[in-house]
Write a protein of this length. Structure first.
Length: 199
């Protein structure tokens, strides 16, 4: 997938004008890229549009307009855009009550390595998690993880041929049985893939 550059972004003034319509468009788009895993976990799949929104919002909030600051945000967020042979997602564990969340996170150590996706009859794909920094320790896992699901050419072909995509979690403290993801989400994820992608 194409990485974003400064030319893809609006200036702060332009973004102020574009923001209402752009935000509405992104919020609608994000609905096709959220995957609930049970009641308390969710994958938010990123792509160029969601990341552009994230960068524009950061520049707006921090009032960044200098080239060096813009380049810094691009360098931070571009790695979250899928490369044509993978899916990239933010995994969030969601409990409203802080005490309950703390209890559950203590039980879920290692869950970031047990989330999986599966295209058709291909093997399950477990993520490469938290490449930027470690988010778990000996006493608990984090409520937020960044994941990269690497796919083989056969998996990409199967997805593009309309094979179902399944998901689940193989963790004893929070097991999620295999299920087929919604066709709208499936189609959105398939659009991230390029048939000729090679590793």
């Amino acid at each position: 997938m194409t990485q974003l550059s400064r030319a893809d972004l609006w200036s702060l003034e332009e973004y102020a004008e574009q923001r209402p319509d752009f935000r509405a468009r992104v919020m609608e788009h994000k609905k096709t890229r959220q995957l609930a895993l049970g009641e308390h976990a969710r994958l938010y799949f990123e792509d160029a549009l969601t990341i552009k929104y994230q960068i524009q919002e950061m520049l707006r909030i921090e009032k960044v307009f200098e080239a060096a600051g813009i380049a810094e945000e691009l360098d931070a967020y571009n790695p979250l855009i899928p490369d044509g042979h993978n899916w990239k997602a933010t995994f969030m564990i969601e409990y409203g009550d802080p005490e309950e969340r703390a209890r559950q996170l203590a039980k879920m150590i290692g869950i970031e390595d047990k989330v999986w996706l599966q295209v058709g009859n291909c093997e399950k794909v477990y993520p490469i998690a938290d490449e930027d920094l470690e988010r778990s320790n000996a006493t608990k896992t984090s409520s937020v993880h960044f994941m990269r699901f690497e796919l083989t050419p056969d998996m990409i072909t199967a997805a593009k041929n309309g094979e179902p995509i399944h998901a689940g979690i193989d963790h004893p403290a929070y097991p999620v049985e295999k299920f087929a993801i919604d066709s709208v989400i499936r189609d959105s994820l398939t659009a991230d893939l390029t048939a000729s992608a090679v590793h």
